[in-house]
Design a protein around this ligand. Structure first.
Ligand SMILES: Cc1cc2nc3c(=O)[nH]c(=O)nc-3n(C[C@H](O)[C@H](O)[C@H](O)COP(=O)(O)OP(=O)(O)OC[C@H]3O[C@@H](n4cnc5c(N)ncnc54)[C@H](O)[C@@H]3O)c2cc1C
Ligand code: HEM
Length: 420
């Protein structure tokens, strides 16, 4: 069968062009040449990992169960020498980390150290108990070390030390057992290099968010407001009033609805959180934002988080491009932030089709305007981009000319220029 063929790293690396593109995900080799144009994440994302192991990039995106089904048809074989194809370690690392909470008794060579420690402790417990028992039973009628009260000093000392070891090893083994049953970590419950899976984001409440990254779930439409000629704000209702969506600042969601010629109706499916941006205070001292049209949405999340946090003194400058004045979204909210937090946030509107009364900037956002208003490239600055493809392409070029790094097709949090 084609999908059981073992393929060498050298052969995989040869298929590294647009017209012949293979990649490896979790030890399986995929030929995605015919999928390039259909890939919802864009062809460029796949071209950047052509001929390589793309497991980390694939998992970072948080692909859905649907995408995992779609990929099956592209399998051409297994990657030779891949750890994921060996029997002992056939699961992805991420799955191992998540499974930690459910089962601490995993397999694999790294757990040998743990088993050796347990074996030593158990031997010490059994050995010391046997010694004490022998001491007791061999000199009946007294039992155990109590009898030694009438023995010599050294006999008493040795037996008391052995009794101490016995109690201590018993307590350690008992504690380790109880903690592994309650799911808490113990020095033995997981090999050291499998770091505990912790979210980088501190939860804002104790509530668990409603969103699930891999699974679409339905929510009913609650409110529909028309904001401009081509933009509506749709508000959906969570199942209960004390529930939170669970969307970290800067991330987004995937939406699915059946259309098929019929109206969408009032139930839409959601999945997430998605995306690499998770804002944290101190991420950069100076943030420059370039947004076009609805591209304001992720920017607004960050602006709000920064302005409303008294301890966050990050400076934010936004260049916001729209077609007409009526197309400027969230205008009153943005104005409210500039007047309440002038030290932290300022913004400028640029209109490509301004009316005769518009006195602000006109045309497209230009390289000169970026140079004049946004922070220059530095380890303390970051540029965030979101808007229509024309704007993204033009701005990526301008930023490179101004000395910024070229953004990756799939942006990482650490990138100097981050593309939503
Ligand atoms: C989370 C998230 C993910 C997104 N992912 C994608 C994605 O995968 N692919 C994608 O294409 N978009 C993506 N977008 C961007 C989104 O699709 C855009 O914001 C949207 O296309 C803007 O449409 P609009 O009609 O609001 O903009 P418009 O109102 O049509 O345009 C806004 C403004 O952009 C400027 N502009 C337009 N064309 C140019 C140009 N050629 N040069 C300079 N400036 C120009 C002008 O100032 C214009 O007025 C994403 C947005 C978000 C929030
Ligand atoms: C055979 C391999 C792949 C298949 C079948 C596939 C399929 C998909 C599908 C169906 C989506 C839509 C969202 C979802 O359902 O998850 C998607 C989104 C995406 N994919 Fe892939 N993908 C593959 C590999 C990759 C790789 C290797 C990368 C990165 C290098 C990547 C990057 C992305 C990005 C950035 C998105 C957009 C995410 C978003 O909307 O936020 N994909 N992919």
């Amino acid at each position: 069968m084609a999908d059981s063929r073992e393929i060498s790293e050298v052969e995989i690396a040869r298929h590294n062009i647009k017209t012949d593109l293979w990649l490896v995900i979790h030890g399986k080799v995929y030929d995605v040449t015919k999928y390039l144009e259909d890939h919802p994440g864009g062809a460029q994302a796949l071209i950047e990992v052509a001929g390589q192991d793309a497991t980390a990039a694939f998992e970072d995106v948080g692909h859905s169960a649907d995408s995992r089904e779609i990929m099956e048809q592209f399998i051409v074989g297994k990657a030779m020498d891949s750890r994921e194809n060996s029997n002992e370690d056939s699961k992805p690392k991420r799955a191992i980390v998540i499974a930690r909470d459910q089962a601490t008794s995993s397999v694999g060579p790294d757990l040998q150290e743990h088993e050796t420690s347990r074996f030593i402790l158990k031997s010490a417990l059994i050995g010391s108990t046997a010694f004490l028992g022998y001491e007791g039973f061999a000199r009946l009628p007294a039992i155990g070390w109590l009898k030694t009260q009438h023995g010599g000093f050294w006999q008493g000392f040795i037996i008391a030390s052995v009794a101490g070891i016995s109690v201590l090893t018993g307590v350690i083994l008992y504690a380790e057992r109880v903690m592994s049953l309650t799911g808490k970590t113990t020095p033995y419950s997981w090999p050291a290099h499998y770091k505990p899976h912790r979210s980088i984001i501190k939860p804002i409440t104790e509530n668990i968010g409603w969103l699930k990254p891999q699974e679409y779930q339905k929510l009913p439409l609650f409110k529909n407001e028309k904001l401009s000629a081509d933009t509506c704000r749709l508000t959906f209702k969570l199942p209960s009033s004390n529930q939170i969506l669970g969307l970290p600042i800067g991330q987004h969601i995937a939406i699915r609805a059946e259309i098929d010629g019929k109206p969408v109706g009032d139930q839409v499916e959601f999945r997430g959180p998605k995306g690499q941006m998770r804002y944290r205070k101190g991420m950069a001292k100076d943030i420059g934002m370039i947004a076009g049209g609805t591209g304001i949405t992720p920017m607004y999340q960050l602006i709000r988080a920064i302005c409303e946090d008294d301890k966050d003194d990050t400076k934010v400058t936004l260049l916001y491009g729209n077609n007409t004045e009526q197309d400027i979204l969230l205008r009153s909210e943005l104005d409210a932030f500039t007047s309440a937090y002038p030290q932290k946030f300022k913004y400028e509107n640029i209109l490509s089709r301004p009316g005769s009364t518009w006195s602000g900037k006109k045309g497209f956002i230009s390289k000169d305007l970026v140079k004049e208003k946004l922070p220059p490239p530095s380890p303390d600055s970051k540029i965030l981009l979101c808007g229509p493809p024309g704007l993204i392409n033009a701005m990526t070029k301008s930023l490179a000319e101004l000395g910024f790094d070229k953004p990756n097709a799939v942006s990482k949090l650490s990138d100097q220029v981050f593309l939503f």
